[in-house]
Design a protein around this ligand. Structure first.
Ligand SMILES: [Zn+2]
Length: 341
């Protein structure tokens, strides 16, 4: 955990699948299909090929896929959307959006790129090999600053998506054929994919110790979820995994002795000047300008001050006021020197 928290924003998002959604169940594949059909070809043909991940036991899983009418039995499994899958999809979506802003000036790493000769060399690999003492935060790209890397803790947590609604779930079946590329003929039996359609998964996203630019990036993410610009899970090229985000009010809270004075403040724009410069030094940041936040009611706790910002107000009134100094974010080529101590 962080040694201290200053600010925190929490938002509940309902992800509603508008096309079948499949985060693959890794406990079930062709090997299990073969073993669990006990050599009965007819039974094997009736069994699914791909199903969504669930929290059901191995026994329940086996019983459902080997059932005489698997489609009905499969609707009873305890499906969910793993937080790690949501997180991965959000991260790579934001990476693509931000890299596209100024493609000729790389500022966002590719977390899987381990070659130092590539433009998008991952922060993790670069920082693992960097010598001397340095501030990991200052030497990391903007997306790593939010989602973390080998040298930096993530500021974002995302829970699993929990299905809202009762059993049986809305599991739909789609069939696909494999075409042999050479002959152009159908190759092998029809594949049966099962996905969760028109299903609502509720998850919570929390961002702590944010800079204001992170709220801007979070707003882009929420806006793209609303407009169904983000897909999740398996089979995206086949049209699976389109989700629509329904955003609940954002809960904003500040810890400390100093009132944020009706403003939206990041770590570098703390209400107390001495604390603001302490955070700037700690993270290797420049100052930032707080944003007016009129029309919200603050609730005072013992050591914390909290308020709620409705989604519409955040996206339409607050977002345009948050500065986006993208060109002053460090370039990836500057990471080797950034934040040296
Ligand atoms: Zn990075």
């Amino acid at each position: 955990m962080f040694l201290q928290t200053y600010n925190q924003v929490t938002v509940i998002v309902d992800l509603v699948s508008t096309s079948p959604l499949i985060v693959k169940e890794s406990r079930y594949g062709q090997d299990q299909k073969l073993a669990w059909s006990n050599g009965n070809e007819l039974k094997k043909q009736g069994m699914p090929d791909v199903i969504p991940i669930s929290q059901s036991t191995d026994m329940e899983l086996k019983a459902a896929v080997s059932h005489g009418t698997p489609k009905e039995a499969l609707k009873q499994l305890k499906y969910y959307l793993p937080g790690t899958s949501i997180r991965g999809a959000f991260r790579s979506h934001l990476e693509r959006v931000l890299r596209g802003l100024e493609p000729e000036v790389p500022r966002v790493c590719d977390p899987f790129e381990e070659s130092e000769f590539q433009d998008h060399h991952s922060c993790s690999d670069l920082l693992d090999h960097r010598e001397g003492a340095f501030i990991s935060y200052a030497a990391s790209c903007p997306v790593c600053r939010m989602f973390g890397n080998n040298k930096l803790q993530s500021r974002i947590t995302i829970t699993d998506g929990v299905i809202q609604g009762k059993l049986p779930y809305n599991l739909v079946q789609r069939e696909h054929i494999r075409i042999d590329r050479k002959s152009g003929k159908v190759n092998g039996p029809v594949l049966k994919f099962f996905g969760l359609d028109q299903t609502t998964f509720r998850m919570t996203l929390k961002l702590v110790n944010f800079e204001l630019i992170h709220l801007k990036i979070l707003g882009v993410l929420l806006g793209d979820l609303k407009s169904q610009n983000i897909t999740l899970g398996f089979g995206k090229s086949k049209g699976y995994g389109v989700v629509k985000g329904e955003i609940h009010p954002l809960r904003l809270s500040y810890t400390g002795l100093d009132h944020p004075e009706g403003k939206l403040r990041g770590v570098a724009s703390h209400a107390n000047e001495a604390t603001a410069s302490w955070f700037q030094k700690r993270y290797g940041l420049g100052p930032e300008t707080p944003v007016d936040l009129p029309g919200v009611t603050w609730k005072r706790g013992d050591m914390r001050l909290e308020t709620e910002i409705p989604e519409k107000m955040f996206l339409e009134a607050v977002m345009p006021k948050i500065a986006f100094p993208w060109r002053s974010q460090p370039k990836l080529s500057e990471r080797k020197l950034a934040g040296a101590l």
